[in-house]
Design a protein around this ligand. Structure first.
Ligand code: SF4
Length: 332
């Protein structure tokens, strides 16, 4: 059976010098042209099935949010294929993408930045419903918007307020309601809880999982913390510097983590030992620049198990056990 979303060898690049003059630098007494390209996503492949939650985890700057935005074509991919329900999205024009924009919705990390501050929350939902023809009249759209808001925990009497009149958790509920308004089947949630207090995080995660059961959604879930995705994921990938370094089911990643970077992410999670809370061990060193990618394994400068070969040869992805993939020279 085909998977709902199949991403193959996805590439994303950003040119930091957008005009010709900014590419020119003075070096050793002459003017030379220098490109400054951020290689944000480098050959990423994964798939998401129907009713499945696939999570991508990694530190800030690893490219996970860029993958999320590229998959829904908020930014055009620079290489690779994105197949959704058997259709190659990379070939589609803006107009041809419209039906897929309705089917694939996004929830953002910062709901305040993604909600129009001058619109009442009910209108934030009504507008996309009318645009995508979900309802036949604005009255019907308004009625449906109130129902959806109520479903995510925003009472009807709050629907005429503006986004700034809500707390961070409530604004994220409004962001979720806006995604639900156009009856999607696939939701890309880009760090939807990272800006929230821990107690609110659990409420939002529970809401997302309840909605998945109720509406049979599939999720692509982005997070920087493995503990956040533990309970909600079916499958997940760990990403570092634009590459997926380990991929597998929840049982593989949480039961038998293999890649040194995955192990480092686990050791960074705070733990309760006896009656004491132990803070996690931070990964040493800085993530290298995505403008000037290191040769060999992208993790070698920070890896406690690095071998001489790691500095020269990019490790290939290998299937260590059925469905469990690792890119590391320790597993050849
Ligand atoms: Fe560490 Fe080498 Fe494996 Fe990279 S390939 S994670 S540097 S052991």
């Amino acid at each position: 059976m085909t998977r709902l979303l199949e991403v193959t060898n996805l590439e994303q690049r950003f040119d930091l010098n957008t005009d010709f003059l900014s590419k020119l630098v003075f070096e050793k007494g002459r003017i030379v042209k220098r490109e400054r390209i951020v290689k944000a996503v480098n050959g990423v492949s994964f798939s998401v099935g129907r009713r499945e939650v696939f999570s991508i985890v990694g530190e800030s700057g690893c490219g996970k949010s860029t993958v999320a935005r590229t998959v829904v074509k908020l930014i055009e991919p620079k290489g690779g294929r994105i197949c959704y329900d058997g259709r190659d999205l990379t070939e589609l024009s803006r107009t041809e993408m419209l039906p897929f924009r309705k089917r694939m919705q996004m929830i953002f990390q910062d709901p305040y930045a993604s909600l129009n501050p001058r619109q009442r929350v009910v209108d934030i939902l009504v507008e996309p419903m009318l645009f995508h023809g979900i309802t036949r009249s604005s009255e019907e759209a308004r009625e449906k918007a109130l129902e959806i808001l109520n479903r995510v925990g925003i009472r009807p009497e709050q629907a005429s307020r503006y986004p700034h009149q809500f707390s961070g958790g409530q604004r994220q509920r409004i962001g979720i309601a806006r995604a639900l308004a156009v009856e999607p089947e696939f939701i890309v949630a880009d760090e939807p809880v990272s800006a929230l207090d821990v107690s609110i995080q659990a409420q939002i995660l529970n809401l997302l999982m309840d909605l998945k059961e109720e509406f049979s959604f599939s999720y692509l879930f982005i997070a920087h913390d493995l503990s956040v995705v533990k309970h909600i994921s079916d499958n997940l990938a760990v990403m570092y510097l634009g590459r997926m370094v380990e991929k597998g089911s929840k049982a593989h990643i949480f039961g038998n983590p293999l890649h040194p970077y995955t192990l480092a992410l686990f050791s960074a999670i705070p733990r309760i030992s006896g009656t004491k809370m132990r803070t996690g061990r931070n990964l040493e060193g800085e993530i290298p620049s995505a403008i000037d990618l290191p040769p060999g394994c992208c993790f070698h400068a920070r890896c406690p198990k690095a071998l001489p070969v790691c500095r020269e040869v990019v490790p290939e992805e290998r299937e260590i056990e059925p469905g469990h993939f690792v890119s590391c020279h320790l597993f050849v």
